[in-house]
Design a protein around this ligand. Structure first.
Ligand code: DX5
Ligand code: ZN
Length: 218
């Protein structure tokens, strides 16, 4: 993935119209977004169900944007290959999932995608520390995963700072992504804490002027 901006905007299609994903992706791409954030939920790891590899495959044909697939599923090891094959550029899975973390990272890499780990709000920064060298990105959830439109948890800011500091020591190229309740005010706090990829669902897809909304986050 090649990016032109230092702060990258990843619209979450969870808030898009699922019957018009081609148009919705095009709308945010033309507005200046850098990648598409695809929320995959299995109804077990989180109390909601969304989409699987078949939709990722269609999306990959429908848009030039890199696909950032956030797997909120219990057994990511069993599915990462399918998502990579479907065209996921980046695959993030939860440190709280049931899969072996090192094995899942290795499988994502051998399938040709970039590996990322995600932390739920209750999980400390130390949980990802052993893996920082092997990851392209860490995603800090700033709401409980499962639903869009929730309120940003500002008590996650110290965790963002801690992971940025740990990563700078061992893997300075590591991207740090935040997800949940991102609007201009909270985006600013996250960037100041060290985040460089901002996921935003309800704010961006709910905007009448999406380009202005993307610019206001950046
Ligand atoms: C929540 C998802 C998010 C969600 C964010 O589990 O991971 O990506 O779409 O939505 P907003 O930006 O509305 O909080
Ligand atoms: Zn997400």
């Amino acid at each position: 993935m090649n990016f032109t901006h230092s702060i990258k905007i990843a619209p979450s299609i969870l808030s898009a119209d699922y019957a018009s994903l081609r148009d919705e992706s095009e709308r945010v791409r033309l507005a200046g977004a850098d990648m598409l954030h695809v929320d995959v939920m299995d109804g077990h790891f989180v109390p909601n169900i969304t989409i699987g590899p078949a939709v990722v495959k269609s999306l990959n044909k429908a848009t030039e944007m890199p696909l950032d697939c956030h797997l909120m599923i219990t057994d990511p090891l069993d599915y990462v290959e399918a998502f990579a094959k479907a065209g996921a550029d980046l695959i993030s899975f939860h440190v709280e999932s049931r899969s072996d973390i090192a094995a899942t990272i290795a499988k994502i890499k051998s399938a040709g995608a970039l590996p990322a780990l995600v932390l739920k709000p209750g999980t400390p920064a130390s949980a990802v520390e052993p893996y920082l060298r092997d990851l392209a990105l860490v995603l800090v959830m700033t709401v409980e995963p499962g639903f869009g439109g929730q309120k940003f948890m500002s008590d996650m800011l110290p965790k963002i700072r801690a992971i940025r500091a740990m990563a700078d020591a061992v893997n300075p190229d590591l991207l740090l992504e935040v997800d949940g309740g991102i609007v201009p005010d909270t985006a600013k706090l996250c960037v100041e804490a060290g985040a460089d990829v901002l996921v935003s669902g309800s704010y961006l897809f709910g905007a009448t002027d999406v380009a202005a909304a993307v610019a206001s986050l950046r």
